[in-house]
Design a protein around this ligand. Structure first.
Ligand SMILES: [Mg+2]
Length: 244
């Protein structure tokens, strides 16, 4: 299958460019708990309480924000974790938790070895960008900088900087602006989330490609909504051929 006149390719970040293994969250939260202990000068708290509190607030935010498309508040999760173990969520404590979360996230992100070559090759033909739903922008930027991949992208849009999450049109509009305002029909957005990526980019007038390469669990919203992808791929490297 071939797609006519593509000018730009937009990528989701987690589970599209980089695999995001669910078990990494445990490791990230252990470092957040350690930062809480250190910054609040307290004895190590019960990790189970920190973990369960983080997930409970996160899941509540996901449920609420799916309708409002407001960004998920990471500091609210950290504050709840601190309070749950008897610590005051001061600026210092929250800052330490945010920093620990960022460095643990970056350490957990390992790019597939073919990713630099693929981006290098695509960037010779298309303008590229990233549109990521993430409640902190530093981990996304630091990961791309560490792997020397930032240079391939005209713009890197992270939801945290907008206070809104995909599928909100604002993020796709910002990406298009960063790409030099191409006709949206000539932009292909690639993502693993049916609602955020396929419906969001579709509503913004973009073409889409749905990738299932890294997602461990099925997409619960699969098939819902008005927009269908041009293709579903099992490997991001199929893009070169698909777009040619
Ligand atoms: Mg994703």
């Amino acid at each position: 299958m071939s797609i006519p006149v593509v000018e730009a390719v937009s990528f989701d970040f987690a589970d599209t460019l980089y695999p995001h293994r669910p078990d990494e969250l445990q490791r990230v939260l252990r470092q957040v708990a350690a930062a809480l202990t250190g910054s609040a000068a307290m004895d190590p708290p019960d990790f189970g309480i920190v973990h369960d509190t983080f997930l409970a607030v996160r899941n509540q935010q996901f449920a609420e924000n799916r309708a409002t498309l407001r960004e998920n508040d990471l500091d609210a999760r950290f504050s709840a974790c601190a309070r749950a173990v008897g610590a005051a969520p001061t600026t210092k404590v929250l800052g330490a938790m945010r920093e620990a979360y960022t460095s643990a996230f970056v350490a957990a992100m390992v790019p597939p070895d073919w990713l630099p070559g693929l981006l290098e090759s695509l960037s010779r033909q298309y303008r590229l960008c990233v549109i990521s739903n993430y409640p902190l922008s530093a981990p996304i930027h630091q990961t791309l900088d560490r792997d020397d991949l930032r240079r391939y992208f005209e713009t890197v849009i992270v939801s945290a900087d907008f206070g809104l999450i995909k599928p909100h049109p604002r993020l796709f509009a910002a990406a298009r602006e960063g790409l030099g305002n191409p006709d949206p029909a000539r932009v292909v957005h690639v993502g693993d989330d049916w609602d955020a990526d396929i419906q969001g980019a579709g509503q913004a007038g973009m073409k889409t490609v749905y990738t299932r390469q890294w997602r461990a669990v099925p997409d619960t919203h699969y098939g819902a909504g008005d927009h269908l992808p041009l293709a579903e791929i099992e490997d991001l490297r199929q893009l070169s051929e698909l777009l040619a």
